[in-house]
Design a protein around this ligand. Structure first.
Ligand SMILES: [Zn+2]
Ligand SMILES: [Zn+2]
Length: 111
């Protein structure tokens, strides 16, 4: 696959966040000591932290859409789930997660 001229862009389907990314996968070549738990969209950022990268998001393990790692769009609970799928299958998640989402919903409606 020839990807040189393709601008690689990450798009969160929930919040429409759109950012160029440098790498997608679990082992970013520019951060050798890091192995990620999930395939992740990564942007190089030498100034952000000692890791030199920012993780932008990943794919929801249920609907496979790309979601950013913001708590308003997805959660990581053994795998990545977008909040829409979590809401669809809320009874399959542990009480802590259900509670967390309820709190989020309350915060959003009271804004
Ligand atoms: Zn998002
Ligand atoms: Zn989903």
């Amino acid at each position: 696959m020839e990807e040189k001229d393709v601008v690689k862009e990450f798009l969160c389907y929930k919040c429409q966040l759109k950012i160029k990314y440098d790498y997608f996968g679990t082992k970013p070549p520019f951060a050798k000591s890091i192995i990620l738990l999930e395939d992740t969209y990564i942007m190089k950022d030498p100034f952000s932290s000692e890791m030199g990268m920012i993780s932008l998001g990943s794919h929801c393990s249920l609907c496979r859409k790309s979601v950013c790692s913001s708590g308003d769009c997805s959660i990581f609970y053994t795998k990545r789930f977008c909040l829409s799928c979590v809401q669809d299958k809320i009874e399959e998640f542990p009480v802590e997660i259900q509670q967390e989402l309820k709190n989020k919903a309350l915060r959003q409606t009271s804004r």
